[in-house]
Ligand binder design. Structure first.
Ligand SMILES: [Zn+2]
Ligand SMILES: [Zn+2]
Length: 68
């Protein structure tokens, strides 16, 4: 059910009635990347829904020094 107009499918006055274009998917979680929303891209051209997914894709972690 739509959160705005509380009907399914949306009534014609609902701002949700036109679906934004889907321009890609996140390489990690498969989230659809909408035309009206920012996405994250790495230097290899992979696209992600967020920087968190880009970090996960590349296996980047914060670590403490082993000899600290
Ligand atoms: Zn609606
Ligand atoms: Zn993602």
């Amino acid at each position: 059910m739509c959160e705005i107009c509380r009907t399914n499918p949306c009534n014609s006055q609902c701002p949700n009635v036109t679906d934004p274009e889907i321009l890609g998917v996140c390489s990690v979680c498969g989230e659809r990347l909408r035309a009206d929303y920012i996405y994250t891209e790495d230097n290899d051209g992979n696209t992600f829904c967020s920087q968190d997914c880009a970090v996960e894709y590349h296996g980047i972690k914060d670590k403490e020094w082993d000899n600290g």
